[in-house]
Write a protein that binds this ligand. Structure first.
Ligand code: NDP
Length: 311
């Protein structure tokens, strides 16, 4: 079996940016899109903060543009999820969900991260109709309205602070009697008069048929239930990097984010690079993902120019 010079795993902004750069460099990349082609952006409404789109763009339209640009330079786009890797040998070996095996000289892992959800049936039904996992993406649609944020970590604190600037009122629901967020973030939240925190409070249900109308909550200490009238529910209970298939070989942090050499996209395995949300617990923006995708392609190009063993 002959080996492919470069496989890009993931069809979000990081993967497609890597593909554009690699294709223009003549590396003939093959990009595999997973179960959510286009990545998290395709489940966002309007994207207004990606430079170059002066009037904004929908997430799916933007990802179509990314794909068309990558294909214009010869990227081959395929569908398939990588379920297993063997990075001990060279060329590297990838196994797809279709059981197809690929031999590759270099890999860019840009498989993204997935928001964690509460697991309520109404959450799926009302996704994009008031339920969101990204305040920066969707907060603007709740201008001057009341919203609920769930979570007690830095993401929930950050989302609450962002929404507090736009919304009439933000209810922050924390399931424990304290937040997990860093002290400085907690202080900012506590000081913000527009944020009302309820501790030991969990979401029981989301009320509304076609739009979020209210959030039914339970105070776990008193067992008292109540409904908070709100137009939006922001679930901020963490993200899960999609790094599972790579774990036997690739070094990750305690949350599962792929670790890269500072200032690069190089993982602990030579010729294997990581870009986008799978290696970024902090920024998680399309533009930062695209930036690391570009870095990964340039680094892969450099890697492929050297004889194996010289790195
Ligand atoms: P975390 O894992 O830190 O926090 C998740 C929060 O959600 C916890 O408070 C947890 O509660 C709560 N939670 C989990 N499941 C549920 C549930 N089913 N119902 C209700 N609440 C739930 O995730 P974050 O995304 O907040 O942060 C991830 C990492 O990214 C952290 O290391 C964080 O510091 C970092 N980060 C840093 C930022 C910054 O520096 N500006 C901004 C954003 C993130 P419990 O505490 O009870 O487990």
């Amino acid at each position: 079996m002959s080996s492919i010079p470069l496989i890009i795993i993931g069809g979000g902004p990081a993967g497609y940016t890597a593909a554009i750069y690699a294709a223009r460099a003549g590396l003939h990349p093959v990009l595999y899109e997973g179960p959510n082609p286009g990545g998290q952006l395709t489940i966002t409404g309007e994207v207004e903060n990606y430079p170059g789109y002066r009037n904004g763009v929908t997430g799916p339209a933007m990802m179509e543009d990314f794909q068309a640009q990558a294909e214009r330079f010869g990227t081959v786009v395929k569908t398939g999820t990588v379920v297993k890797v063997d990075f001990a040998a060279y060329p590297r070996r990838l196994t797809l969900d279709s059981s197809v095996e690929l031999l590759v000289q270099s890999v860019i892992i840009a498989a993204g991260a997935s928001a964690k959800w509460l697991g309520l049936p109404a959450e799926k039904r009302l996704y994009g109709r008031g339920v969101s996992a990204c305040a920066i993406c969707d907060g603007f649609f709740f201008k001057d309205k009341t919203v609920v944020v769930v979570g007690g970590g830095d993401t929930a604190a950050e989302e609450s602070l962002y929404l507090a600037k736009l919304c009439q009122k933000v209810h922050l629901l924390v399931r424990k009697d304290q937040m997990r967020a860093s002290k400085i973030m907690q202080e900012r939240v506590f000081k913000n008069a527009n944020i009302q925190i309820s501790f030991q409070t969990e979401v029981q249900d989301i009320i509304g048929q076609t739009q979020v109308e209210a959030i039914k909550v339970i105070h776990t200490a008193s067992k008292k239930t109540t409904a908070i009238a709100a137009a939006g529910l922001f679930v901020a209970i963490g993200h899960q990097p999609n790094s599972l298939p790579f774990l036997p070989y690739i070094a990750v942090d305690p949350q599962g984010y792929i670790q890269t050499k500072p200032g690069t996209t190089q993982t602990n395995i030579p010729g294997v690079f990581a870009a986008g949300d799978i290696q970024d617990p902090h920024y998680r923006q399309a533009v930062t993902a695209a930036g690391t995708g570009c870095m990964a392609a340039l680094e892969a190009e450099r890697f492929l120019q050297q004889p194996f063993g010289s790195f």
